[in-house]
Design a protein around this ligand. Structure first.
Ligand code: DX5
Ligand code: ZN
Length: 218
């Protein structure tokens, strides 16, 4: 069964505790951190993750869309993240490796994320140490964008590499995932689906989570 990770980017930040409770039927909580440099948008940072941790036991899946993420790994780990994703495009490979080592030292799960432009093979130097690979199906930066169908090929390629080199590794897909696209990404090999607008835009988020899960059960 796939895991569903609602993205709080589509929540009401003035009512974050309420909106986290509204998605408690989900498996993970996806937290989008943006710095206005790696992506044009600015969202939330370490203190917010720290506050979220105090109010939920949900697994915190923290997606770092920030430049040179190695600078902040310790802080996000201490704030209570359960898993951190760093973008391969955000620093030189040696510094990405440093960031992954820092996660391991903190006992936090390790993931790398790929912008749509980045090829699946870019994960190879890291794959054996990873707990997850995140494939973007929109340009990172904003919720509510249209799903990029052409990314299904990248998802399939990442799935083949994971099956070959690290079968336990999760494959998360992020961007434009909704009923309809969910089925396609599951078929392509995703095991974790991020959904912002599809969950928070629904009248009943719990129902939306269930519908996304069932897209894979055919
Ligand atoms: C975009 C973020 C996503 C975003 C997804 O840069 O990484 O997590 O919240 O939003 P939807 O599901 O609305 O595309
Ligand atoms: Zn995200």
């Amino acid at each position: 069964m796939v895991k569903i990770a609602p993205s709080i980017l589509s929540a009401d930040f003035c009512n974050l505790e309420r909106d986290i409770r509204r998605v408690s039927a989900a498996d993970w909580l996806h937290v989008d951190v943006m710095d206005g440099m790696f992506v044009p948008n600015i969202t939330i940072g370490v203190p917010v993750v720290q506050s979220i941790r105090k109010h939920t036991d949900m697994f915190l899946d923290v997606h770092l869309m920030i430049d040179k993420p190695v600078r902040y790994i310790d802080q996000f780990c201490k704030a209570g993240a359960d898993l951190l994703s760093v973008h391969l495009e955000a620093d030189h490979s040696a510094r990405i490796a440093d960031a992954l080592r820092a996660m391991e030292a903190n006992g936090v799960k390790r993931a790398v994320a790929l912008r749509p432009i980045t090829s699946a093979r870019a994960i190879l130097p890291y794959l054996e140490q990873l707990d997850m690979v995140l494939v973007m199906t929109v340009e990172p930066g904003f919720g509510g964008q249209k799903f990029m169908e052409e990314q299904l090929d990248t998802i399939r390629e990442v799935r083949a590499l994971i099956d070959r080199y690290n079968p336990a590794c999760e494959l998360e897909v992020d961007g434009g995932v909704a009923p309809g696209t969910a089925e396609k990404v599951i078929e392509a090999g995703a095991t974790v689906l991020v959904a912002g607008s599809a969950v928070y835009g629904a009248a009943d988020p719990a129902k939306a989570i269930k519908a996304l899960r069932q897209d894979g059960v055919l």
